[in-house]
Write a protein that binds this ligand. Structure first.
Ligand SMILES: *Cc1c(COP(=O)(O)O)cnc(C)c1O
Length: 353
């Protein structure tokens, strides 16, 4: 099966062998050293300022989103959420769940976020802006510089879910003044699901995390920060997934971050170039390199997805809800090549030409 999925993503052969090996015991100086090296490497990739924190949580990506909300916000806060699809909506649901009031900028499918849309929300006293760098349900990539500038003008914290944009679209915590970044193991890192990473600015740790009582002990950042000083976690982590992450970080270090980003961009652009003649449309908002959403004018997206899976051994990423018949998503994250693209383009041509 050829995977063009958005998580779990197509894994690299070099990472696959880890799942067949004995899981290492983790309360050792050797494991701690690997954790601290991974922390340094991730903070470096994220362009984090000195004294930033980085935590490994055993959870899926949503666990990191929820943990940032419960460790960095209180019921006295009001926040602003960019809600452009399933994952923006998840921020709204999490805030509602934890009784944190919010306003949301709601976008319909295909609608790009602009600077003007932010204007009505200026000087309203929001504590923070919550956004998904790449809204995976639609493919829209938001402009972090524009949003970061808004947050700076408004003196708001800036929390960015980079779960599906990590290692596919560049992000610089220091330049765009981001206070919290969330990452998941099964997306850009092309590892198994089970680990979520949170990077935190020094200021949000000092001003928020240290002074807030997190209602969930398991995800209390204070406990995680304390143990992470020596490269450990308070509870048993998903060790095998961590080993896969260590391996991927080694790979990124070997080829270089810029090369890794360029590779994914190249694969995405190559695919978009080669489907120009096919009767499918692309949304008009800015796109992440992580995927190409294909819009089917005849509303046969689901049937194309099924046929590719059963007849061609090609797994794309289907959409849910209103977009089920309209859109199917082609993931470019993880181990993707232009040769694999050509196989998909040929199959698509046969099916819909
Ligand atoms: C996948 C994803 C998540 C988290 O999903 P989980 O299923 O909890 O791992 C959150 N935000 C975005 C943008 C995602 O793509």
């Amino acid at each position: 099966m050829d995977y063009f999925t958005l998580g779990p993503a197509a894994m690299y052969p070099r990472t696959l062998h880890i799942a067949s090996e004995q899981i290492p015991y983790f309360r050792t100086p050797e494991f701690s050293a690997q954790m601290l090296a991974a922390k340094a490497s991730l903070l470096n990739i994220l362009g984090a300022a000195a004294h930033s924190e980085l935590l490994f949580l055993t959870a899926s990506g949503t666990g990191a989103m929820e943990a940032v909300i419960t460790n960095c916000l209180t019921q006295q806060d009001r926040v602003l959420i960019i809600n452009g699809g399933t994952f923006g909506k998840r921020f709204c649901e999490l805030c509602a769940y934890h009784q944190i009031s919010f306003d949301s900028i709601d976008l319909s499918f295909g609608q790009a976020l602009t600077d003007e849309m932010l204007l009505p929300y200026a000087q309203k006293g929001y504590a923070a802006l919550l956004v998904n760098h790449h809204e995976t349900s639609t493919g829209q990539l938001y402009d972090l510089q524009m949003l970061g500038d808004f947050c700076q003008r408004e003196r708001m914290y800036f929390f960015v879910d980079a779960i599906s944009s990590f290692l596919t679209d560049s992000l610089d915590m220091e330049r765009t003044k981001i206070d919290a970044v969330m990452i998941g193991s099964q997306k850009g890192l092309a590892a198994g699901p089970g680990i979520a990473v949170v990077a935190l600015s020094h200021r949000v740790c000092e001003e928020r995390v240290q002074n807030i009582h997190c209602p969930c002990m398991y995800l209390d950042f204070k406990l995680h920060m304390h143990d992470m000083q020596r490269g450990q976690t308070p509870f048993t982590p998903a060790i095998r997934v961590l080993s896969e992450i260590f391996d991927m970080l080694e790979y990124v270090q070997e080829i270089g971050l810029e090369q890794k980003l360029a590779q994914t961009r190249h694969v995405a652009e190559h695919f978009r170039e080669h489907i120009k003649k096919l009767p499918v449309d692309l949304p008009h908002h800015p796109l992440s390199n992580a995927q190409t959403p294909l819009v089917f004018p005849k509303n046969n997206a689901q049937s194309v997805f099924e046929q590719l899976k059963s007849q061609y051994g090609i797994m794309l990423t289907p959409c849910a809800g209103d977009l089920t018949d309209k859109v199917v998503r082609v993931g470019h994250i993880g181990n993707q090549t232009t040769q694999k693209n050509m196989r998909l383009v040929a199959a698509l041509s046969e099916l819909i030409q």
